[in-house]
Design a binder for this molecule. Structure first.
Ligand code: 5GP
Length: 281
């Protein structure tokens, strides 16, 4: 990565300047963190597997018309993405009781919730990503009701599609966290786009037959076998992670051909609101 300019250092990913204006390179690290950074480790190969899984999922979502930031995978650990203004809301969608939902409501992990349930958290590590209501979103001017409705509709569609995709390979999608951003066109109109990643780092994935956890809870709860289970998720999706082959391009050899982006359906556009304060990434 020598010579590249990092523009954002996240816990599991780094963003670098892209080859063209309006693009970025998203680098997947092996670093794993949990409990608001209190638990940290490095899981060998995690970044490589998540890069592949996220590529696979974003490509499928492009096929069903979900506008998203993914352009193409560049190499083992990097993707070319559109630069978007991240909306600082973590959108959580739950199908089964787990994690913080189980704790808050003293509910039994594994119980079906009875339909997708959407929650919002403020994306702010210093505050520990607190839960927020729709009213907080408007009070903090994070987005307006039209954009939030669009976020909800995309979230339900993504959850529905991915629940079926995972079910088809024997995996239950218990919950997941999504992030959205805005790409502005030349006239300044924002287009909503799915951003970040979708991988076992931000989904709860359970083996349907055995109930075994195949996601970041293996790290959070010291269950072991993190990269083995992540690789099993990739295998079941039919993705070769290629981790033992020599033909892989090293991260420094960036292929900057941007012309391979499949057409995405244009999201509903609306005038840019004068009052909107851009979210910070
Ligand atoms: P919970 O609120 O139960 O801890 O998490 C719900 C879902 O969102 C889980 O799939 C979890 O992995 C994901 N999630 C929540 N917060 C974060 C976060 O800050 N980072 C990541 N990668 N995933 C998160």
């Amino acid at each position: 990565m020598a010579g590249r300019t990092p523009i954002y250092e996240g816990k599991a990913k780094t963003l670098y300047e892209g080859p063209d204006p309006g693009t970025l390179i998203q680098y997947f690290k092996d670093d794993a963190t949990a409990f608001n950074n209190k638990k940290k480790d490095s899981i060998s190969g995690k970044g490589v597997i998540n890069n592949r899984i996220s590529e696979f999922i974003f490509e499928r979502l492009t096929e069903i018309g979900i506008p998203n930031h993914f352009i193409k995978r560049l190499n083992m650990r990097e993707q070319l993405i559109y630069a978007v203004e991240i909306i600082p809301i973590e959108v959580i969608v739950r199908n089964y009781v787990a994690g913080s939902f189980a704790e808050r409501f003293k509910a039994e992990e594994g119980e079906p919730i009875g339909g997708p349930l959407i929650e919002f958290c403020l994306k702010d590590d210093k505050l520990g990503d607190p839960f927020i209501a729709e009213e907080h979103i408007y009070a903090f001017d994070l987005c307006d009701p039209v954009e939030l409705e669009e976020i909800r509709l995309h979230t339900i569609r993504i959850n529905d599609y991915l629940s079926g995709l995972f079910r088809g390979c024997g995996i239950r999608l218990a919950d997941m966290k999504l992030e959205f951003g805005r790409q502005y066109d030349e006239t300044g109109y924002p287009m909503l786009m799915l951003a970040d990643e979708i991988s076992p780092d931000n989904c709860r994935l359970w083996d349907i037959k055995t109930g075994e956890k195949m996601d970041k809870d293996r790290f959070r709860r010291d269950l072991g076998g993190v990269s083995e289970y992540y690789r099993e998720v990739a295998n079941r999706l039919g993705i070769s992670t290629g981790m033992n082959t020599m033909e892989l391009v090293e991260p420094e050899e960036v292929d900057t051909d941007i012309e391979k982006k499949p057409t995405v359906r244009k999201a509903h556009r609306k005038p840019k609101l004068a009052s909107r304060k851009p979210g910070k990434k």
